[in-house]
Write a protein that binds this ligand. Structure first.
Ligand code: ADP
Ligand code: MG
Length: 757
């Protein structure tokens, strides 16, 4: 029996069922392939879960106005444009001999525009790899003389040929073969098989209008995605696209409806400004971006609100005697910013709701002492405290400092890391459980290895972004709902903080302790090594210490480690035979690491060669030179962190960024920024611009929400207003509109709010 044909498509129609609607030559096999590709793109578990909504959320990467295509006459050097052309001649030729993978071809198309407005132009690209020969053959067959195609890219004037040339980087995305008017679509798509059937009815989708251009989706090229999306809209019941944002919100921000936005983001209306589309500022963009941000800020706000209603074990009393105890151990006068942060933390500690506060402050701004003060306050109230650091070196340093700070108090401070011997760990666990340890400093091992506290009142987490999002649930699962203070030295741009840490309260230390001399940053090439050596000699002679840091990237860990080790031996034996040079890297045994760090802190080791294990938090005020090898391989935030290891005392400090000759333009830009500014917030904004939020925070594990289209740098203003709206509705707790929004977001698996009642 033939199953009845479903009447209309709606958003939750499964992609695997799309073939039942006879869309754009989509058979059941292709429907399945499309479902697979979309499932992977939308992070669905399997093909069966991919829906039409996922397809419509697969947004164009750009648009082309094919209603008025440019002509060869309009070209100028460096211009980005799409041109409709006709093949005059196309062929591939080998530029590098060899077999298999090492073969390299250039494929070159000479083409003219239909109206012959100028000399023929050249479109070309490289073809390499094991199948290069077949690919060249394939293109030669597809692009026979007379074939019409559209291509897009940056045109460059070539004086030798005295015409314009365009190099393609992904021809499958950047060149589209058009059906020719007389012969139907006999010259067909690049790389398609089953769907290479001519269908003049579809031709109109691709020419003479504004069209979306998509990234390749599984086996489907831009043109096929366009046909399918077009077909879906033709069969879609627009009324079945439910509006998700409140009507009054849409009005306030003059946003268009969801159904209209979804349609227009794919197919710009004929009167739309193409410039708005390119800048992601069309009405469709505004609506979709706003929606992206609204849901994220709403979800975070909701979480924060729920937390305010929780209660913790005990509220703390911070009175005169407690403050006196704190004052008695302080080694210096706090800066105004530290005082302010401390006040904010005290107010949280006194409240009945558990604290969830982010303490942001540039490297060296003195966050540790603020955390220590909070810990003392908690301990004075009879609570245990914990401080978690991302690396053992950092945990050890914190333990050392806090032990010293509390030396003359009755509090017992212990260090718990994963690398302790089992017997020692067991002893510490028992002591923690019995409440005998008052402050426990450690790595993530603190909350992982069957550790229970008798009475944990405060958990401090240092260098948060290294952990990913703090698992409050992890603590609560142990029967704890302590106050939590999260610290980060990666200044986080406000927009990012709002979305990633939107459920935290924030304190900022925006001032450095007095008496710091600015660090001089020098970008140097290989030819300046002698100068660098002299700088090291001079500084060591003056009694100061030096870091030499090597990048360590996972893919080439072994090679990098060898580099660092070899360099260490060279410095030790050849360059500075009279000085003590140390080596530190993550692969060393904990005891060895500890000994090296101790010797460096004590000033015995003068030059410390290290991988990036010292990147965060390490504090040796006597160090005055930071030399970064292969600086071009580091990101901005990392360089800023590394530079922050020096300049911690009153003496003048130096940061030398050594680069090889193979700098990219981006690396050059980064190094330039480093030389220009030392403001962590400026650097973080730049980093966000250059690398994007995922890279800045360490992608997935950062808990960064994924936006379909919202961009934290470009769309800052929309983010601000979306957040205001989210708060507006969250404050109207009893309104049915808010209830509906909450209901909706609880069903959205992205936000993991289902469990929140
Ligand atoms: P970070 O914020 O990067 O974690 P630290 O807490 O390690 O910075 O502090 C950096 C250095 O500044 C430490 O040596 C610390 O003792 C010192 N320091 C912090 N606060 C002050 C202050 N108010 N006055 C003088 N020195 C301070
Ligand atoms: Mg620190």
């Amino acid at each position: 029996m033939i199953p009845p044909m479903p009447s209309a498509i709606c958003l939750n129609t499964r992609i695997e069922d799309l073939h039942k609607f006879r869309i754009a030559r989509l058979g059941d096999q292709l429907s399945h392939k499309l479902a697979l590709a979309l499932a992977s793109h939308a992070n669905k578990r399997n093909a069966a879960e991919a829906t039409v909504e996922d397809l419509l959320n697969y947004l164009p990467m750009r648009y082309e106005d094919r209603s008025h295509p440019a002509a060869i006459r309009d070209l100028s050097d460096g211009l980005e444009a799409s041109l409709e052309l006709v093949v005059q001649r196309a062929h591939g030729y080998q530029v590098k001999k060899g077999y298999g993978r090492s073969r390299l071809f250039i494929f070159e198309v000479t083409a003219y525009d239909a109206a012959r407005t100028g000399r023929e132009v050249i479109v070309w690209w490289f073809v390499s790899g094991g199948r290069a020969y077949d690919i060249v053959k394939y293109y030669s067959e597809k692009l026979v003389a007379g074939t019409r195609f559209i291509t897009f890219g940056r045109w460059e004037w070539n004086a030798t040929k005295s015409t314009y040339k365009l190099q393609l980087h992904r021809p499958a995305d950047e060149l589209e073969i058009l059906p020719s008017p007389d012969q139907g679509e006999s010259t067909v798509d690049l790389g398609q098989s089953e769907e290479n059937v001519s269908d003049p009815a579809l031709a109109a989708i691709h020419v003479g209008r504004r069209v979306p251009v998509y990234r390749k989706l599984g086996p489907f090229n831009s043109k096929r995605v366009r046909e399918i999306v077009h077909g879906v809209f033709a069969n879609l019941d627009a009324l079945a696209i439910e509006e998700t944002l409140p009507a009054d919100l849409l009005q306030r921000h003059r946003l268009i409806g969801r159904a209209q936005a979804l349609h227009e983001i794919h197919f710009p209306p004929p009167d739309a400004s193409m410039e708005d589309y390119e800048l992601a500022r069309s009405p469709a963009h505004a609506r979709m971006i706003f929606e992206d941000f609204f849901w994220v800020t709403f979800a975070l706000g909701l979480k924060r609100g729920r937390r305010a209603k929780e209660t913790k074990g005990a509220t703390l009393k911070i009175d005169k005697p407690v403050k006196n105890k704190i004052a008695a151990v302080l080694p210096f006068k706090l800066t105004a910013a530290q005082v302010k942060a401390t006040r904010e933390i005290f107010s949280d500690l006194r409240s009945t709701a558990p604290m969830n506060r982010l303490l942001q402050g540039d490297v060296g701004s003195g966050k540790t002492i603020v955390a220590a003060i909070a810990m003392i306050a908690a301990m004075e109230n009879g609570m245990q405290t914990a401080l978690m650091a991302p690396t053992e070196i950092l945990a050890e340093q914190h333990a050392r400092n806090i032990k010293r700070l509390l030396a003359r108090t009755p509090y017992r401070v212990e260090l718990l890391t994963g690398s302790l011997r089992a017997a020692e760990k067991r002893k510490l666990r028992v002591a923690l459980q019995d409440g005998e340890i008052h402050a426990c400093i450690g790595t993530h091992a603190l909350v992982q290895e069957g550790v229970t506290f008798a009475k944990l009142g405060l958990a401090v987490i240092d260098e948060q972004h290294r952990f990913g999002v703090m698992q409050r649930a992890e603590l609560r699962a142990r029967g704890l709902n302590p106050d939590v203070l999260v610290m980060t030295a990666t200044p986080i741009p406000r927009s990012l903080a709002m979305t990633v840490y939107g459920d935290l309260d924030v304190s900022v230390i925006d001032e450095l302790p007095p008496g710091r001399t600015p660090i001089q940053t020098i970008v140097a090439g290989e030819d300046q090594r002698q100068d660098v050596k002299r700088l090291i000699e001079r500084e060591v002679k003056a009694g100061h210490q030096v870091y030499v840091v090597y990048p360590l990237v996972e893919e080439s860990e072994k090679v990098d480690l060898k580099d660092a080790t070899r360099r260490y031996e060279y410095l030790r034996d050849v360059v500075f035979p009279k000085l003590r040079v140390g080596l530190l890297h993550g692969k060393m045994k904990p005891a060895e690491k500890e000994e090296v760090m101790r010797a460096f802190v004590a000033g015995e080791i003068k030059i410390l060669v290290s991988t990036t294990v010292i990147e965060v938090g390490v504090d040796v005020p006597n160090a005055s030179v930071m030399i970064v090898e292969h600086a071009e391989r580091f990101g901005l935030s990392q360089l800023h962190q590394l530079r922050g290891r020096v300049g911690r005392g009153a003496k003048k400090s130096y940061c030398v960024l050594l680069t090889s000759d193979k700098k990219t333009a981006v690396a050059e830009e980064r190094l330039g920024i480093m030389a220009k500014t030392s403001d962590g917030f400026v650097i973080a904004e730049k980093d966000l611009e250059i690398r994007g939020p995922g890279e800045l925070l360490g992608t997935r594990q950062s808990g960064l929400p994924e936006f379909r289209i919202g961009n934290l740098v470009r769309d800052r203003e929309l983010l601000e207003s979306a957040k205001r709206e989210a708060e507006f509705y969250l404050n109207k707790e009893r309104s049915p509109v808010t209830a509906k929004l909450i209901e909706r977001i609880r069903q959205d698996t992205r936000f993991e709010l289902a469990a929140i009642g």
